[in-house]
Design a protein. Structure first.
Length: 147
C-alpha cells in the first residue's frame, strides 16, 4: 500500500512543482521505510525466536497430519482459526490465547507433554502473541532447524 501511494505521489504534478509536494514525497518515503523496517523486525523475531520453539516443541504433534487438539502449527491460519475449543492464538491478546494458557500450565490442559517449557520460551511465545503473532514464511518449515 505504501508503495502504491509512493508511485501516485511521484507521478503527480504537485510533487514536480511545489515544496508541499516534496514534503509529501519525503513523508511517504519515511513511512515506506518505517513500514518495511518494522515488518523485517517482526519477521526476524518470529524466525529467530518463535520458529525454533514451535519446530522443536510443537509441530511433532500439531501438524497437518496428526493435528493433535485439532490444531496445526504449520500455518498461521491454523492457529488463529477458531477450532472446537476456540482459537489457539488471538493476535495481540495473550490472555485470551489458549496456547499461552496451556504452556503456562495454569489450567486442566497443559502443554507440552513431558514437562514445562523454559520460562524464557513462555515469555517469547507470549510476546509473539502480544505483537500480533507475525509469521515468517507462508508455512512453517522445520527442516534442519536448531536453536
Amino acid at each position: 500500500m505504501a508503495a502504491k501511494l509512493f508511485a501516485q505521489a511521484t507521478s503527480s504534478a504537485l510533487v514536480r512543482s511545489s515544496k508541499v509536494g516534496m514534503s509529501t514525497l519525503l513523508g511517504l518515503l519515511t513511512l515506506l521505510f518505517a513500514f518495511n523496517a518494522r515488518g523485517a523486525q517482526r519477521s526476524s523475531f518470529f524466525d529467530d525466536k518463535v520458529k525454533p520453539i514451535l519446530c522443536e516443541r510443537c509441530v511433532m504433534c500439531h501438524n497437518d497430519t496428526l493435528k493433535n487438539g485439532e490444531v496445526s502449527f504449520l500455518h498461521r491460519h491454523g492457529l488463529i482459526a477458531p477450532g472446537p475449543h476456540g482459537a489457539a492464538i488471538v493476535p495481540g491478546k495473550p490472555g485470551e490465547s489458549i496456547l499461552i494458557h496451556v504452556i503456562r500450565q495454569d489450567g486442566d490442559v497443559t502443554m507440552p507433554p513431558g514437562g514445562r517449557l523454559p520460562v524464557q520460551d513462555i515469555g517469547i511465545l507470549t510476546e509473539w502473541v502480544r505483537r500480533g503473532a507475525p509469521w515468517g514464511d507462508k508455512s512453517l518449515s522445520c527442516v534442519n532447524r536448531r536453536r
